[in-house]
Design a protein around this ligand. Structure first.
Ligand code: F0G
Length: 428
């Protein structure tokens, strides 16, 4: 079986200027746009390719057990000496009561929170860290709202590479911060927001020669493409009508469009699903740009309880615009109240996710209510992060009784007596 090799090309996504694939370069030296990886199309297509992917599922150990590397024919990467947990292999399940809440009875969710460090970031990180190791990086760095930091810290530890994370002060959920510390990353709490952290991380990469592992790194996006590839395989290669996802720095929106194009070009799917990218109202520069036909991106000062997507100046904007255009997609917003309610429903369904992930399901509900998506549409919503990532959000929601919070489930304190237990249960 062919593995991608010297034919790998790194080039500008706008002006096509070539760059060295093993450089630590994310932006075009000529026009400043982000770089992308390109590889020759695989020699096998359609059914033959489907069979290769399916056969690898039965193996034990090594890269074929990874839900990322298993799809390597469709990734513009070199697939030797990989650093894998393994990651991926996440379930695609019915949304239970969340499907009914959204008004989409057949809604399915792809739970990326069930990756090794609890978010979809592990899919990009296995590829990013493998590349960092290949080029002999002396240290890796990322700016993060928390999940990238947790993932990079873990994979860097596995690879034996020192890790440096930049996180915005007071804006990172406790589960994620605790992971970065636990996995041994040097954790810098920056007085500024995520956008300031990313600016600083990019400077550190340029001036200190640290290998940058944000999603501006093209290797990260190659790995993230497999969320969609694995989902399509789980759908029996019968593509859903819509794929909904939360959108922040827009790396995932970009990667999803790339994956769908690759799946179509290789004859794996006969029609391309539409993307529904969902932002929080208080952090919605992409949705605002969509509303004016993507005329221009106006960076904003973000403010949402969904800290993972609290981003005002998304780095992968251009590539994400391409994804939305190519899939006839839509970008919408939901309020913090809506996304917290969606989270409560998803959690109560026994599925669980972090607030940003729930935004996508809230977005599906909004689009169905507005008649943009029909209630019999086949929709898959991607849950990007685990319920344990943001315990403050969960306990905050359930801990206080707020009017209108029908799903609030506050803890009840009792005496250590059977009588008090009986009284409490009677009251319930
Ligand atoms: N959902 C979760 C749980 C995230 O952590 C992120 C991004 C997103 C959605 C948005 O994805 O940026 O590709 O549009 N988290 C990044 C981080 C920014 O630093 O962990 P995106």
């Amino acid at each position: 079986m062919q593995d991608v090799d010297e034919a790998l090309i790194l080039r500008c996504s706008k002006c096509s200027t070539a760059a060295e694939p093993d450089s630590n370069q994310a932006q075009c030296a000529v026009c400043g746009a982000l770089l992308e990886l390109v590889a020759p199309p695989p020699k096998v297509r359609g059914d033959a390719l489907r069979r290769i992917f399916a056969d690898r599922r039965g193996t034990h150990g090594g890269r074929d057990t990874s839900g990322v590397w298993r799809y390597r024919e469709l990734l513009a990467v070199r697939a030797d000496d990989v650093i894998t947990f393994p990651e991926g292999n996440t379930p695609l399940i019915h949304g239970g009561r969340a499907a009914h809440w959204a008004g989409c009875p057949t809604l399915r969710v792809k739970h990326e929170g069930l990756n090794p460090t609890g978010s979809f970031k592990d899919r990009g990180m296995t590829v990013g860290i493998t590349q960092a190791k290949r080029v002999g990086a002396w240290a890796v760095a990322c700016a993060s709202t928390g999940n990238t930091a947790a993932s990079m810290a873990a994979y860097a530890a596995r690879a034996g590479i020192p890790a440096l994370v930049f996180i915005p002060a007071g804006k990172v959920a406790m589960g994620k911060l605790s992971q970065a510390l636990a996995y041994g990353a040097r954790t810098l709490v920056v007085r500024g927001d995520f956008d300031a952290c990313l600016e600083l991380a990019r400077r550190a990469a340029r001036e200190l020669g640290i290998y940058l592992l944000n999603s501006v790194n093209p290797y990260r996006l190659e790995g993230q493409k497999t969320i969609v590839l694995e989902m399509l395989e789980q759908c029996g290669w019968d593509a859903p009508d819509w794929i909904a996802l939360p959108a922040g720095n827009l790396g995932n929106t970009a990667a999803f469009g790339m994956a769908l194009a690759a799946a179509r070009d290789c004859g794996l799917i006969s029609r391309v699903p539409r993307l529904l990218a969902v932002q929080a109202e208080g952090a919605a520069p992409f949705a605002h740009a969509f509303d004016v036909g993507f005329e221009a991106l106006q960076p904003i000062r973000p403010n949402t309880v969904a800290t993972a997507i609290n981003i005002g100046d998304p780095a992968s904007y251009d590539r994400a615009v391409r994804s939305i255009r190519e899939t006839d997609g839509i970008v919408t917003t939901v309020s913090d109240t809506e996304l917290l309610e969606a989270k409560a429903v998803i959690d109560a369904a026994g599925i669980g996710c972090e607030p940003a992930s729930a935004a996508a399901v809230a977005g599906v509900r909004r689009m169905i209510r507005e008649g943009v998506i029909s209630d019999d549409a086949d929709v898959v919503s991607v849950l990007t992060g685990h319920v344990l990532k943001d315990p403050e959000a969960t306990v905050g929601y359930h801990g206080q009784s707020v009017p209108g919070r029908a799903l609030s489930n506050p803890p009840v304190e009792i005496d250590a007596t059977i009588d008090d237990l009986r009284r409490t249960l009677d009251r319930a």
